[in-house]
Ligand binder design. Sequence first.
Ligand code: GDG
Length: 723
Amino acid sequence: MQKMIIVSNRLPVSILKTGGKIKVKRSVGGLATGLGSFYKDYKSVWIGWPGIASERIRGEKTVIRELLDEENCAPVFLSQKDVEKYYYGFSNKTLWPLFHYFTQFVIYDDSFWKNYVSVNREFARAVLKVADKDDIIWVHDYQLMLLPMMLRKKLPDNPIGFFLHIPFPAFEVFRTLPWRKEIIEGLLGADLIGFHTYDYATYFLDSVRRLFGYESTLGRINFKDRIIKVDAFPMGIDYDKFANASKDPAVQKSVKSVRRTVGERKVILSVDRMDYTKGILQRLDAYDKFLDTYPQYKGKVTMILVAVPSRSHVEQYASLKKSVDQKVGAINGKHGMIDWTPIHYLYRSLPFNRLTALYLVADIAPITPLRDGMNLVAKEFIATKTDGRGVLILSEMAGAAKELDGALIVNPNSDDELIEALKTAIEMPVKEQVERNRMMQERLKRYTVTHWAQDFIKVLHEVKEMQRNYLSKKLTEEVEEKIVSHFKNSKERLLLLDYDGTLIPFSSKPSYAKPDKRLIALLSALSEVSEVVIVSGRDKDTLERWFGKLNVGLIGEHGVWIKDDGENWREIMPLENEWKASIRPILEYYVDRTPGSFIEEKPFSLVWHYRNVQKELAITRVGELKSVLANLAANLGVEMLDGNKVVEFKNVGINKGRAALHFINKKKWDFMLAAGDDVTDEDLFSVLPNYAYSIKVRRGISVAKYDVESYIQVRNLLEKFVR
Ligand code: GDG
């Protein structure tokens, strides 16, 4: 049975050792839930570190393996040194701060890097031990970015997916990493690379292009012989689990006990790992100033601050803890009263029922990270509020802000915005709260963590399918004979031939690549028995000079100019709509997230209307939509116009394929062949009818049916037609 191998730094279970006894502790995080659905469909195995250093479990590894095996897990054992250098070191002192734009915290240490490489190798060995030929491998997160390529070298055909749970930074930040190329190369071993948002995906593609020169279309990179897909998969939560929490008696009990403590005061809830990216200090600062600015709320609100201990071995985390302790003390000292504590501070992890009880009690949740890949707490808060009450204040720097547009969106660096958002939240009418939350709940209900995981694996399968279809096949002698005999047995024959690289080798200067006598003779002979069309990117004057005297059709400037045998040159008008299939789903995604907007489809354009959208939201969405689609539109040859309350995508649609249609539709052919060597010829191949032969010169990803090594083989084949 095909297996699904999930690989992440930590296993969903931990090994604990207390009083010399080994125990297994399950941690049911969102990821484990999302992937749970696969346990039935595949025989799944999870590979990762069980959370305890090897030195502490000498002689007990076999027992641990067996215990983990019962949980469908396989361990990667890490030494104390690995934990220091790979985990705390390169992962959390280099990549984590860098990818969250905290460049001042980044440590570039060669020994961290070397250890990161060797631990990634260790993970690769663990995967290779269990992986069979068809197994699906899904690698998670920044600790394992080299793993996809390490696996690819040994498993050339397995579907390998990678998902990054944290932001991918803009190139200007990413480039500062001395090992930036190795990281990108490592990721390019995957077939599918997923991010929480389109922005991160776009930044990644930008880095790929700038460091390696690989261009991408529609999030597809043609990397050597493989298509790699890069896309956004916003991670969801286990919606029902949170939505049902209010019915749980243990949760209800906990709600009552919190209520008793805080009374009728409005509760402001803050929940994060104790991490400098989460903006905890800035949030406290804003709360302090809020109480100064609006003293009428003193005694009327209470903040519950939950900070979950995290990475406390790392200096910045330890010092953040100290600052938060001090800040909480200072605020309570400054504003507190005998019967009122401004902040209840919990520095610990809470069990699920206590956490959800807090979500239920809270009136306001300011979730204001300075950077956050997604932020699931924001989604959980909304999902828990089944009565629709509660206000989410959300940082625009969290990936979740792209989806949760019913929240009060703020810039976490602005005290003023935070202070005003707190006031707006406290005063927001219940009706408005419910309206905003219902809208967000609808989305969270649909895009659950299970949906997310299934969607990722579905796309991974599609990429594999695409790779199989797109990889051209070698033109064998046998096929060649078949083509020649088909040609000879036909009457109406059409040959669509690219010039440079296909009929003639590349020269250092374009003007040197003049057709040689033998080629002219060949084309002339071919034109007597078939319709020959030269489909070139060259200007029409050059084509005229070189081929004007032959009885051939000509297409110049990649389809701008066209000339029938014996007639004059004419310009072609754009008219092609295939790009719509690529743009439409993205517009639909935006309609989903932008209440009031809709799509209008015209014969040669797609229009996104936003006249009924809330003004601020519209400004944000238009900016986003344009930055997401600018590249894509350019690649597709589509014009993007900013109109009156509309963004319009219009056909400019000129390419070799469009021009070739003129010849293809001219009559009923019984033989058709096209040959070309570069990307612009793909447009030509795509418009051919099924029965046509298509030949790509030089291996690479192509929709063509066959491929050959060089132009010489194309000429040999053509010569056989007239021999
Ligand atoms: C990384 C990315 C991305 C928190 N406190 C308690 C508790 N939690 C749970 C929450 C939530 C999870 O921990 C935290 O997830 P976040 O998404 O908010 O943040 P990170 O830990 O930084 O996660 C992030 C995520 O990966 C997923 O891709 O969204 O951007 O940084 O589920 O409920 N759970 C319990 N007690 C607590 O006290 N039981």
